[in-house]
Each structure stands twice: as structure tokens, then as C-alpha cells.
Design a protein around this ligand. Structure first.
Ligand code: AMP
Length: 175
């Protein structure tokens, strides 16, 4: 089987979690198998190997799991983007609309600078709202977005359309 097929078959879809109507993509079977974990990190990093990435941005919370591993694979460092009120020092923040209400993502003000070449990572691209907000956060910080990497893209939600750098987004598994 090709790497993508191997990973695809390990992802578990859990209906109606955490609320009715959501088809939750559970990646824990990948994390708990050393070969699948290595394969996933390799596949996530592969398109960006020669791109001189300096920082990999991980999005809270499941984006935190693989972003540091992708960073090590690419010889880059890791920067967390967190939900509102979690980071201890001065932050820059961007708010975005959810189906009901809004959410805010934050990053330490000194974590990205103008000569940084940035890769944004999250586990799932769903509606695209989170990733688009992170793009804005990086651009306000002066960093250059070189790519976005997702383990899973939910193609029917067309989240890619919301991304400013949609042509630079790579998903390992499209479902
Ligand atoms: P969105 O802003 O709609 O693209 O949602 C992206 C975030 O929500 C990601 O950080 C995912 O971890 C999480 N997420 C959204 N939909 C799902 C899903 N069906 N299964 C697992 N995680 C999801």
C-alpha cells in the first residue's frame, strides 16, 4: 500500500463526536504505532524539505502533537499558536467567526520575525476558519508563509477556499 493509503486506513471516523452531526477524525491509532507515526511525520514534512523553513507553527491543540516533530525533520524550531488567554507573555491575536460565536488565536509577539520562513501545521483542515486566522496572525507578525501542512483535509467542507495561501497548502490524506 502507498503511504497515503496506509495512513488513511488507520484514521478512525467517530460519528457524532463531540456533538451530533460531527464526523470526528481520530488520529490516535497513528500516534500509537511507531511506524505510522514516523510515516505521518515524514509525509507532512516531505513537500517542505528544500524550502528552508525556519519555524513550524503548531495550532492548539492537536496541531501541537506533530508540529515539533515536523520541525525537527525540517531543521526548524516550533512555535505554539494557542487559544485565548493561555500564553503568559505579550501576545498578538486574531479573532474569527465560528458557526455559533467566535474564537481567538494568539501567539507571543516576539516569536516570529520578518526573515522567518513559516510552515503552519494542524491535524485537520475542516472549514478553514482556524488556519485562515493563523495565516493572518503570521502575516501581521511579518513572517513569510511558505506552506501549510495538514494530516487530514475534509474536502467536502472546502476549507481550502478560505485560505489566503491555498496554493501552498498540502494535505497528506484527503477525505
Ligand atoms: P476549522 O477551523 O473548521 O478548519 O477546524 C479546524 C480545527 O478543528 C482543527 O484544529 C481540528 O483539530 C478541529 N476539527 C474540526 N473538524 C474536525 C473533525 N471532523 N475531526 C477532528 N478534528 C476536527
Amino acid at each position: 500500500m502507498r503511504p497515503v493509503q496506509v495512513l488513511r486506513s488507520a484514521i478512525r471516523t467517530v460519528p457524532n463526536f463531540p456533538k451530533p452531526g460531527i464526523q470526528f477524525k481520530d488520529i490516535t491509532p497513528i500516534l500509537s504505532d511507531i511506524d505510522l507515526l514516523k510515516l505521518a511525520v515524514e509525509q507532512l514534512a516531505l513537500p517542505f524539505k528544500e524550502k528552508r523553513i525556519t519555524k513550524v507553527i503548531g495550532v492548539e491543540s492537536r496541531g501541537f502533537i506533530m508540529a515539533p516533530m515536523i520541525a525537527l525533520e525540517l531543521g526548524a524550531s516550533f512555535i505554539p499558536v494557542r487559544k485565548e488567554g493561555k500564553l503568559p507573555r505579550q501576545t498578538r491575536s486574531v479573532s474569527y467567526d465560528l458557526e455559533y460565536g467566535s474564537a481567538t488565536v494568539e501567539m507571543h509577539i516576539d516569536s516570529v520575525c520578518s526573515n522567518d520562513r513559516i510552515l503552519i501545521h494542524d491535524d485537520v483542515l475542516a472549514t478553514g476558519g482556524t488556519a485562515a486566522a493563523v495565516e493572518e496572525l503570521i502575516e501581521r507578525s511579518g513572517g513569510k508563509i511558505i506552506g501549510l501542512s495538514f494530516l487530514i483535509e475534509l474536502s467536502e467542507l472546502n476549507g481550502r477556499a478560505k485560505l489566503k495561501h491555498k496554493d501552498k497548502a498540502c494535505s497528506v490524506v484527503m477525505v
